[in-house]
Design a protein around this ligand. Structure first.
Ligand code: SAH
Length: 246
């Protein structure tokens, strides 16, 4: 029997935002590998093995999944949101690159999912309607100097900026530092949106400006969107026009 590995994302929270292709891949798997709380959200299937792990051991988790697939299991690796956005799909390919050469010929596939940025944007209108970029504020895998360089470049190029991983208990000060940096380039009136638990039943939006933005509003389940110079309010919505001209 040939094993296989599919890397899926469960979407931002609501079951309706998980794709049918992901649901089918989960139903076919003999083994699920992922962060415990993501696995707990999934209905249990008879005979299916679950391998829950801590959130910070992604490369070990990826190697474990590859070893199971190489042993003939049908493995699904589970991320939240989209599996390719700051998540397990890249970890799996890092493990393939540095691991057993036989892993390179395994049947590996990625299913797309609704990433937090898209769910958060939909909660408030269309803030990603013009050119935008996504930056993770986590400095677990890259230096803070690199993050600052990218924030500055994105601000100078007038992108809408979506910030993933804006804060955690281990990194309480970085979002405040990011706002301080962005204020040196962008106007204080720029819209800033904090969207917590986007695309779930308990989503919450705080809409403010860059001048007034309070970093303590964000936690690990928050996506922060910082507008471009054209991003504006219309009624109770926030949107970015499609063209560069205001
Ligand atoms: N693969 C995930 C992102 C993982 S990084 C995806 O595609 O969505 C983890 C970060 O994603 C969190 O710190 C938070 O910034 C963001 N995030 C994940 N789910 C979220 C949600 N439902 N609402 C708002 N932000 C979310």
């Amino acid at each position: 029997m040939n094993g296989s590995l599919v890397i899926v994302g469960t979407g931002p929270g609501k079951p309706e935002l998980m794709t049918p292709a992901t649901r089918a891949a989960l139903a076919e798997a003999t083994d699920l590998v992922g962060y415990g709380p993501y696995l707990d959200r999934l209905p249990s299937m008879p005979g299916q093995c679950r391998h829950a792990s801590d959130n910070r051991v992604e490369l070990d988790r990826a190697r474990h999944a590859l070893a199971l697939a190489a042993a003939g299991r049908k493995v699904a690796v589970v991320s939240g949101g989209d599996p390719g956005v700051f998540a397990m799909a890249a970890a799996v390919f890092e493990a393939v690159e540095s691991g057993d050469p036989a892993w390179g010929s395994l049947d590996i596939r990625v299913e797309p999912g609704v990433t937090a940025m898209l769910a958060a944007a939909a909660e408030v209108g269309a803030p990603l309607g013009g050119d935008f970029c996504a930056i993770s504020l986590s400095d677990n895998l890259k230096s803070w100097a690199t993050i600052e360089r990218r924030l500055r470049a994105a601000a100078e190029a007038d992108f809408v900026i979506a910030l993933y991983n804006p804060a955690s208990k281990a990194r309480p000060h970085q979002l405040g530092e990011a706002f301080t940096l962005l204020r040196t380039v962008k106007d204080g009136t720029t819209p800033v949106l904090f969207v917590r638990a986007a695309g779930s039943a308990d989503s919450k939006v705080v809409a403010t400006t860059l001048a007034a933005a309070d970093a303590s509003v964000a936690d690990m389940r928050t996506l922060v969107i910082i507008g471009a110079s054209t991003t504006r309010r219309v009624g109770r919505w926030v949107y970015t026009p499609r063209g560069a001209k205001p």
